[in-house]
Design a binder for this molecule. Structure first.
Ligand code: EPU
Length: 405
């Protein structure tokens, strides 16, 4: 398994916090990582990726600005906000706006920075954040919901603030713990990451870091489902099983064998799978980033399952595409009802977002005949070498250059 995209993105932004030579290992070669690298380069940092090693030379930025052209490509660009405000006392970041899976505001990120002494103005689609006294001040911030990138932004801001910051109702995702590990290696004092209360004692300055990024739990979960859906028996190497408890529990309930094996996980399935109900929730609940993939498993299970999406309001765009392949899924608001069918048929389908595109690839693997997934660039945002990895397991899959309109 590759390094985790959603851990790498905030960690690369942390390089803004300390000048000097940073080295990040086990970094996946993905479109989103390249976009983040380009954003850091526009600010004057040097970024070079060679395979899974990514070096950043950090120096004072020319302008603490994240322009619309990059933020519109990737919402996670907003992760530069916390480090920039902490280090330079100001930042200007294009508002990300809505995206295919929902409205996704950043009000909680801004609320936290305001509590720490920043002034926030909106102007022509940009948010300007300025700290009148120059340096942020530690504060207690109670988040309305456990936002992942919001927690990361506020953690990365608080490490250089004066005094103690307490984040209450913080997100508990493993990527937050990983960011805390990196910040602490840089000399920060972050405790409680992985729980819903994170305490940060601010420091005057931090040091550059050398760090190997943890494995991608969503990539692993996706291959776990692909293995089970195709009735395979697959060992995934380099998986932190503890990060996948909720996914493993649902797959077992559906009748799959999922076992921790050394540094990885083995997944096997044979015969009919059972329908199970799924409700997405913040970690350690069932991840929204695995909802589309599990839906494919349910599309061919025995019986009817109900899948409820509680995190994003518009994350069922894979449903019409799966139905074109012969699935029987109906959506009412945030709930999808999936009636298992005996088989799916290959078809031309359109990828709409990263995880939806992964679900269409899995559907293509188990459908009869050929499936053509269009707009495959969505997959390249988050799945490193997906066609090589699947072909290595016996899948017939190829990238057709120029066909993905
Ligand atoms: N929200 C607000 N206000 C805020 C922040 C969030 O209302 O200020 C809402 C969102 O609209 C959403 C909920 O809170 O309804 C949770 O969103 P969150 O902020 O946690 O999502 P995110 O940080 O923007 C990260 C991942 C997503 C993943 C979600 C949920 C990164 C770079 N992105 O997004 O990953 O789905 O957490 O786990 O870490 C993906 O990799 O495909 C992906 C979309």
């Amino acid at each position: 398994m590759s390094g985790a995209k959603n851990a790498a993105l905030p960690i690369l932004c942390a390089a803004l916090l300390a000048d000097g030579e940073h080295r990040f290992r086990n970094v996946p070669a993905l479109r989103d990582v390249a976009t983040m690298g380009a954003l850091l380069e526009t600010m004057g940092l040097s970024v070079a990726q060679d395979g899974s090693v990514l070096d950043i030379t950090s120096r004072p930025v020319n302008e603490p600005v994240a322009p619309y052209e990059l933020v519109k490509k990737m919402r996670a660009s907003v992760l530069v906000l916390g480090p920039l405000v902490a280090r330079y006392g100001e930042a200007t970041v294009s508002l990300p706006g809505g995206c295919a899976i929902g409205a996704r505001p950043i009000d909680q990120h801004l609320k936290g920075l305001e509590a720490m002494g920043a002034k926030v103005d909106l102007d022509h689609g940009y948010v300007h954040v300025k700290v009148p006294r120059g340096r942020l001040t530690g504060a207690e911030v109670v988040l309305d919901m456990p936002t992942v990138t919001g927690t990361e932004n506020l953690m990365s801001a608080a490490v250089l603030a004066e005094g103690r910051t307490t984040l209450v109702n913080a997100a508990r995702e493993p990527e937050i713990e990983e960011l805390a590990r990196v910040l602490n290696k840089m000399g920060a004092n972050v405790t409680g990451a992985g729980t819903d209360v994170i305490v940060i004692e601010g420091r005057e300055g931090l040091e550059p870091v050398d760090h190997a990024i943890m494995a991608d739990r969503i990539e692993a979960g996706t291959y776990m489902v692909a293995a089970a859906a195709t009735k395979g028996n697959v060992f995934l190497d380099g998986v932190t099983f503890d990060h996948l408890e909720a996914v493993a529990a649902k797959m077992r309930q559906a009748g799959c064998a999922v076992e921790r094996e050394g540094e990885g996980v083995r997944v096997a399935a044979e015969g009919d799978l059972r329908a199970v109900n799924i409700k997405t929730a913040p970690h350690p609940g069932f991840p929204t980033d695995m909802q589309a993939q599990l839906m494919v498993l349910m599309a061919m299970a025995k019986g009817q399952s109900v899948i409820e999406e509680t995190i994003f309001e518009n994350r069922f765009m894979h449903v019409p595409e799966l139905n074109r392949m012969g699935a029987d899924i109906s959506v009412h608001g945030r709930t999808a009802t999936v009636k298992g069918v005996d088989s799916l048929q290959g078809a031309q389908v359109m990828a709409t977002d990263l995880r939806a595109s992964a679900s269409l690839v899995i559907a293509g693997l188990l459908a009869q005949g050929e499936t053509e997934v269009l707009r495959v660039y969505h997959i390249d945002r988050g799945y490193e070498h997906i066609e090589e990895k699947l072909a290595g397991l016996g899948a017939h899959i190829e990238r057709v250059p120029g066909a993905s309109a």
